[in-house]
Design a protein around this ligand. Structure first.
Ligand code: NAD
Length: 343
């Protein structure tokens, strides 16, 4: 099938080409993001393949459908960037890669935690500069600390397993309990208790209308004094302005590690080192010594890239043969929110 790949990067093209040797699709790579103004380049392609920051709103989907696209193949797990109701109306199928090395993302969350904790980002620069002063680099033992996992699906469970190895106590918040987490000794609780008892809170739930700004002024006020917040899920789970105010007062939140940012669509995945970044919220976040930001790279391992490529191309073949894997198909129905009283 002819597939237009949007937002492609050098690091993934050869992986996709290699995986395609067994699928024989006709692939066209575009560096550009998919949005209404770029959609027409996919004219004549029955399948379009997109990533996390492509914009599949109603107008873009309508343009694609008018030009003959019938399949949207996401080469990621999250699908918050797709207007699913509109895709359904237009009779377009949407498929995704629901699981590709959850360890890749969980391990990156741990990298953020440990860097913030032991200040390796600061130590690296100091030592290179001949500065061997240890002041300001004091960390804490992970053993015995409480880690709160919000969203205990595949990635949350992979994180729980690692944290158990560190000797941490595990709390979880989700609408359903995961036996793999319970096996690690996780205790499920409501969001308020998780926030008030956890030394580290790590977010692993999808972005939905219910989880938008789940971490806001109100919920930050519930967090334990001196706590760390890690987000490798989707940027809009956190109200970044509220996080900045909290980091300034240091009443509750002392450390912030994020791989995702609500407005990352206009920043991430490009070299902007010679540009003047106009996003003052993002720029303020970069000024804190106890904040660490990576540019949506938690998925970026060789293993995950290979799995993403293979599942994405298989999804297109399955659609072509009329037998898409049900677990990879994204439907328009949303899950109900857990009734915990807090967003
Ligand atoms: P998953 O579906 O296996 O798990 C998500 C869990 O969140 C489920 O258990 C679900 O019940 C729970 N959940 C849903 N709504 C909730 C709510 N309102 N409150 C609490 N829990 C809720 O998904 P996963 O594979 O573990 O991925 C989690 C998220 O990680 C994805 O949605 C995606 O946004 C993000 N992700 C990020 C990267 C990256 O590179 N940074 C890569 C892959 C995935």
């Amino acid at each position: 099938m002819k597939i237009a790949f949007f937002s492609t990067q050098e690091f993934e093209r050869h992986v996709l080409d290699e995986a395609n040797q067994q699928f024989h699709h006709e692939i066209i790579f575009y560096r550009e993001k998919l949005r209404r103004s770029t959609a027409s380049v996919a004219a004549g392609c029955p399948a379009v393949c997109v990533f996390v920051n492509d914009v599949l709103d109603s107008a873009t989907l309508s343009q694609l459908a008018a030009d003959g696209t019938r399949l949207i193949a996401l080469r990621c797990a999250g699908y918050d960037n797709v207007d699913l109701a509109r895709a359904h109306q237009l009779k377009m199928a949407v498929v995704r890669v629901p699981a590709y090395s959850p360890q890749a993302v969980a391990e990156h969350a741990v990298a953020l935690m440990m860097t913030l904790n032991r200040n390796t980002h600061r130590a690296y620069n100091r030592v290179r500069d001949g500065n061997f002063d240890l002041n300001g680099l004091v960390g804490f033992n992970m053993a015995g600390k409480t880690v709160g996992v919000v969203g205990t699906g595949k990635i949350g469970a992979a994180l729980a397993q690692i944290m158990k190895g560190f000797g941490c106590r595990l709390l979880g918040y989700d609408m359903r309990s995961n036996p793999r987490c319970v096996e690690q000794g996780m205790k499920y609780t409501d969001l308020a208790s998780l926030l008030s008892e956890s030394d580290i809170v790590s977010l692993h739930c999808p972005l939905t209308p219910e989880t938008m700004h789940l971490i806001n002024r109100q919920t930050i006020a519930l967090m334990k004094r001196g706590s760390m917040l890690i987000n490798t899920s989707r940027g809009a789970l956190i109200d970044a302005r509220a996080a900045i105010d909290a980091l300034k007062t240091r009443d509750h939140l002392w450390y912030l590690g994020i791989d995702v940012y609500e407005e990352e669509g206009s920043l991430f995945f490009k070299d902007r080192s010679s540009a003047i970044i106009q996003d003052d919220v993002f720029e303020r976040l970069t000024t804190f010594p106890n904040t660490l930001i990576t540019g949506h790279q938690a998925f970026l391992t060789h293993e995950a890239l290979r799995q993403i490529a293979e599942v994405t191309l298989a999804n297109v073949s399955d659609f072509e043969s009329g037998a898409p894997k049900p677990e990879n198909v994204v439907r328009a129905i949303r899950q109900p929110a857990p009734s915990m009283g807090l967003r």
